[in-house]
Design a binder for this molecule. Structure first.
Ligand code: PLP
Length: 647
């Protein structure tokens, strides 16, 4: 087993090259100690382990889990969920707030709330609620459907159910139902017109939920979701709308229902400074309203607590420049400070942290199915008298040096354009085209190699190097399993789950099996920067090679789509037990081809009938025999129940 100390020791030697590639080198190469938050380590067999309690008591060897699942015909791609990680994260967050309350002598309670939209899988929500029961963990919803799901959970008496999102009459009716059940429901007014629905609810004599106002702060978040905050954001009440809202409640005798102020300046806030500004502004609004004699009880600071996906601990989009404890301290301290300053009672504090609770809890394991190189693998034989364009490329290839690589590479680009023009005019044959292409890629490779000797590598050679990386074909869909990488370029750590004792001797980008060129990952986490290729091992004939996409527990399950009808993947929950043992629970097969087709209106029975009609037509024309036709129909029917991914 290697330790973080070992890595540091090694780094302390100025990264001096060690002869032998060690497990510490592997951990360092993939940055496991930087972004892993102590949930991951490499064992003595060179395999990636999950430590769901961040200690050595429970260790889950991912390769062993994959092999175990394979025995029950659960193949990759497979999503593994670790409920104990959810428990650890909930406790970490709640304990951080407890510590902050103690440190700043904050009397009022803390109420964590999990926003269901971040991961709506019922097992995930159940596991979170179980772990969070002692902390009064509640739920946040953003739609009627989510509210219906949330109402069915038996929350602790004091836990909150917070209703965000645009609301219509039916949404308010559902919230009222929850209030009637004795739940602590807070409907958050996001837009002034929603107040009318609330007044209607009262006039209809329904049980009234509590009311929250979402305020539009001037403060903005930072990072990819910055647009959610600021004065032009989609949600929230401006100052005058807030005052009008208070007036409407007063006029309708409902002011006692106003219990909470809420803000949310965006997910994955990368800079703590932005959060502090927002907290101070919101606390000030709370204080001013309290001074109007309105007994608002809660200040809800929304979500935004970020995850350090690249381990750099900076304010880059894939990171955060603060810890959970620092976040909790800043929330509590700044609210307390404003309240003291304004001489108003402290509010109860609510957070809607979603990403921080669930991001670490799942990993997608994919198998590599082949690789694509842009350079041709067969060296052609060159003849005495090749066409002029090939001769030119041959000359460049032979004479390219570290001194002339830039000029000669430009000549090669020109020659390659000429090659294609001549081929289009019918003046070159396929063999000649293949020779020209082979030469071009060889020249490009040499030029990239020589470009590295320069003090500053020109952009065109950096781009060229990226184009030269080979591509590993991975059995999964980016659109289904890591949609935020496609949509927002969000980075997720990727690590081979085995062979980590071997030095990876290749660098590759990863492509999925959809027919879409966007279905690829060509940016990878790196401590100092972004890597444009991942270090991978030589695939071995007849042996699977598995990679894990990690920290994908937040938002990815929900946002994934069925591009090319690649549906939800196989999944299982894995619980660590002492002595490196584990228990697999709730193993669920992914969506079948039937399910994926039916989601888009293709009825399996109808499709089968269409196939039968077509083969009958072929039989009547004497083009198929009865037994052949039966075979076709049978094979077609059978495939409906299979997994859409490569088997
Ligand atoms: N609350 C609201 C209103 C949100 O819109 C979101 C997501 O953007 C969250 C909470 C969860 O944010 P996060 O996952 O960053 O904690």
């Amino acid at each position: 087993m290697y330790s973080a100390d070992l890595v540091r020791q090694w780094l302390g030697k100025g990264g001096a090259k060690m002869e032998k590639f060690t497990l510490a080198d592997a951990a360092n190469l993939y940055g496991i100690d930087s972004w892993g938050a102590s949930y991951f380590q490499i064992n003595d067999e060179g395999r990636l382990e999950v430590c769901p309690r961040k200690d050595q008591d429970l260790r889950i060897d991912l390769l062993k889990v994959v092999e175990e699942l394979k025995k029950s015909r659960m193949q990759a791609p497979i999503l593994l969920r670790f409920p104990q990680v959810l428990e650890t994260q909930v406790n970490t967050l709640c304990n951080a707030f407890e510590k902050a309350r103690e440190e700043f002598h904050y009397e009022q309670k803390y109420f964590p709330v999990f926003p269901i939209k971040v991961n709506q899988q019922s097992t995930v929500v159940q596991n979170l609620l179980k772990a969070g029961y002692k902390h009064n963990l509640g739920l946040e919803v953003g739609s009627k459907a989510e509210l219906m799901g949330a109402l069915a959970f038996d929350l602790p008496e004091e836990a909150l159910t917070i209703c965000n999102g645009f609301k219509d009459e039916a949404y308010f009716e559902m919230a009222s139902l929850g209030a009637k059940m004795g739940k602590r429901i807070i409907t958050v007014i996001e837009k002034p017109f929603e107040l009318k629905q609330l007044v209607d609810l009262k006039e209809k004599g329904r049980d009234l939920p509590w009311v929250g106002f979402r305020v539009k702060l001037r403060a903005k978040g930072s990072g990819l979701w910055e647009k959610s905050g600021g004065s032009t954001s989609k949600f929230g009440l401006s100052t005058s709308q807030l005052l009008d809202g208070v007036e409407t409640l007063r006029k309708n005798g409902m002011l006692d229902r106003l219990k909470m102020f809420h803000f949310h300046i965006g997910s994955q806030i990368t800079e703590i400074r932005r959060m502090k500004e927002a907290i101070k502004e919101a606390a000030r609004i709370y204080a001013k309203v309290r001074k109007l004699g309105i007994a608002v009880e809660f200040v809800n600071v929304g979500g935004g607590l970020g995850i350090d996906y690249d381990g750099s601990k900076t304010s880059s989009d894939a990171s955060v420049n603060y810890t959970i404890q620092e976040y909790a301290n800043d929330v509590v301290y700044n609210i307390a400070d404003v309240c003291e300053n304004e001489h108003v009672p402290e509010p109860k504090v609510v957070t809607e942290s979603g990403r921080a609770m669930v991001a670490y809890h799942s990993a997608l394991i994919v198998d590599v199915r082949g690789h694509i190189e842009c350079t041709a693998d067969r060296k052609p034989t060159f003849l005495e008298n090749e066409p002029r364009v090939i001769e030119d490329l041959l000359y460049i290839h032979r004479n390219l040096t570290v001194k002339n690589y830039r000029e000669y590479y430009h000549d090669a680009v020109e020659a390659r354009d000429q090659l294609y023009s001549l081929f289009s005019l019918g003046m070159l044959d396929l063999e000649e085209r293949a020779k020209g292409e082979w030469l071009y890629w060889e020249i490009a490779q040499k030029a990239v190699k020589y470009s590295k000797s320069a003090k500053f590598v020109a952009d065109e050679f950096v781009d060229l190097e990226h184009r030269l990386f080979e591509k590993f074909i991975c059995n999964f869909s980016v659109f289904q399993s890591i949609p935020d990488h496609w949509a927002l370029d969000q980075l997720f750590p990727v690590v081979p789950i085995h062979r980590l004792e071997e030095k990876p001797n290749r660098r590759a980008t990863l492509v999925d099996i959809t027919c879409d060129s966007d279905g690829e990952m060509d940016k990878f986490v790196d401590l100092k920067d972004i890597k444009y290729a991942l270090e991978v091992h030589d695939p071995k004939e007849g042996e699977p090679y598995y990679l894990a996409f990690l920290l994908i527990g937040a938002y990815q399950d929900t946002m994934g789509d069925l591009h090319n009808l690649f549906g939800g993947v196989n999944e299982a929950q894995v619980l660590g037990e002492e002595g490196g043992k584990f228990l697999i629970q709730d193993a669920r097969k992914g969506e079948t081809i039937r399910h994926a087709l039916e989601l888009f209106g293709f009825e399996a029975a109808k499709l089968v009938r269409n196939i039968e009609t077509q083969v009958q037509g072929r039989i009547s024309k004497g083009l198929l025999k009865d037994d052949q036709a039966a075979q076709i129909v049978e094979a077609y029917k059978e495939a409906f129940n299979s997994y859409p991914y490569l088997s």
